[in-house]
Design a protein around this ligand. Structure first.
Ligand code: SF4
Length: 449
């Protein structure tokens, strides 16, 4: 593997760039794969098993696209490269990904490409070893968490900025500057501070009265961007919604937490997993504060307890209990109007299990969030658009109704509230809410006007 160039991708554009930089910082010759596309999916499907869930084919499709762009031809390309890739999108029994990849790569003349699978648990010993040990795995994890921080900053500001293109430019500059920091093994926090200051200096309209959407679903689909996820998080924001999107750090913590309670594991292994949960939380706080994000992560133990009556934490695969736990936590805190579950067509843990739980459980709650499940198949963009816009319209009406109710409750005028919001950026609200709409909640808490 040492003589080969390492290809990596599929974790989302920002995380991909930072992960590749961290690998380079550790001395590897690494390259970022092109983003996954419907065209890559179609190329892989032709060569693969049509019953396989699509993350396997979107992922290998990026390799096919990269190999097609290489001048030396597939066989020579395969001999010079290695593909570093998660073995599946969770310990899911349906994830026969390596077999699928072998078949597709062979069909494309890339049989000699070295496929290096990384296990989602591989990070546990590196984190449990303690903060003093700077290892390549720790550098890679820090880069991935920094990617989560930059993405979260984008999600928080995108619905409010006047010029989404200007924010995209700031975030793109931030990704490049952070990548340089990780490649040169410099401290990333000064870059995060600078990028956050640039982003917050953009003209904003905090008086927008917006619906809030909680995005849940299968991990690979919700963490990647572009075609496989319909770029849903950024599109929701551009359509006028506040979005609470999944983060890689939450998924890794949930996996480590599951492992910390697995009775079949040795005690030392369980303790190491518990330390990994804490270390990942510390990494998030360390970097998020630099970007001015005072958002605590949800504790997996709490989410596991909320999900437990319907989805026991021992059931593995995909997001497992995390999807149900996040949705129930948001419903309990009244922090969302719409729970949107996104997953590949036919995903067993998400479509068959989580959706089967969430649809009836959320429907039973009085004034609870609406539930919408969308499956990705690479060829249903138009129907997804129309279902999304209908759900968002009804959520927007609820947000406006909440603002009216909050203003009536405190005897203030909506125009005065909006003028106050224009003058001052609202802080991030934590804790249970009376209203999911942020403007209405600020009024209810007496913070506005
Ligand atoms: S979690 Fe879903 S998409 Fe991922 S391997 Fe399992 S069935 Fe496929």
């Amino acid at each position: 593997m040492t003589a080969r160039r390492v290809l990596l991708g599929g974790l989302g554009a920002v995380r991909d760039a930072l992960a590749v930089a961290a690998l380079r910082g550790a001395g590897l010759d690494a390259e970022r794969l092109p983003p996954p596309t419907d065209l890559g999916l179609a190329r892989a499907r032709v060569l693969g098993n049509h019953g396989q869930c699509n993350p396997a084919q979107y992922a290998v499709g990026t390799v096919l696209e990269r190999a097609r762009a290489a001048p030396e031809g597939p066989a020579a390309f395969a001999r010079r490269h290695a593909w570093l890739v998660p073995a599946s999108c969770g310990p899911c029994r349906l994830a026969a990904f390596p077999l699928e990849w072998a078949r597709v790569l062979e069909g494309a003349g890339l049989a000699e490409l070295q496929v290096e699978l990384f296990d989602q648990f591989a990070f546990v010993p590196a984190l449990a070893a303690g903060a003093a040990r700077a290892t390549p795995t720790r550098g890679l994890l820090l880069a991935l968490v920094a990617g989560d921080v930059l993405e979260t900053l984008g999600h928080r500001l995108r619905p409010f900025v006047e010029d989404a293109g200007a924010l995209a430019q700031v975030l793109s500059h931030g990704t490049a500057a952070l990548a340089s920091a990780f490649e040169e093994r410099r401290e990333p926090r000064p870059v995060l501070r600078e990028v956050a200051a640039l982003a917050r200096a953009l003209p904003t309209r905090f008086d927008r009265v917006l619906p809030r959407v909680l995005l849940v679903g299968e991990p690979w689909t919700t963490l990647t961007d572009g075609d496989p996820s319909y770029a849903i998080a950024s599109r929701l924001a551009e359509l006028g919604a506040e979005v609470d999107a999944p983060r890689l750090v939450d998924w890794l913590r949930s996996i480590a937490w599951q492992r910390s309670g697995a009775t079949l594991k040795a005690v030392e292994e369980r303790r190491a997993a518990a330390r990994a949960v804490r270390s990942l939380g510390a990494a998030w706080r360390f970097l998020a504060r630099a970007a001015g994000l005072e958002e605590p992560l949800e504790e997996p133990a709490r989410l596991g307890a909320l999900a437990a009556p319907w989805y026991p934490a021992e059931v593995r695969g995909g997001s497992s209990f995390l999807e149900v736990g996040r949705a129930l936590a948001a419903a309990q805190a009244r922090s969302t109007h719409l729970v949107l579950s996104l997953k590949p067509f036919g995903c067993l843990p998400s479509s068959a299990l989580s959706d089967g739980v969430l649809a009836p459980v959320l429907a039973r709650q009085q004034d609870g969030p609406t539930f919408l499940a969308l499956e990705t198949s690479g060829d249903s963009h138009a129907s997804v658009d129309s279902r999304l816009e209908m759900a968002l319209h009804s959520a927007a009406l609820r947000a406006m109704g909440e603002l009216r109710a909050a203003c009536d409750g405190r005897g203030v005028r909506a125009e005065a509230v909006r003028a106050a919001l224009r003058a001052k950026a609202p802080r991030h609200l934590t804790g249970p809410r009376a209203f999911a709409c942020t403007a209405a909640e600020l009024v209810a808490r007496g913070a506005c006007p």
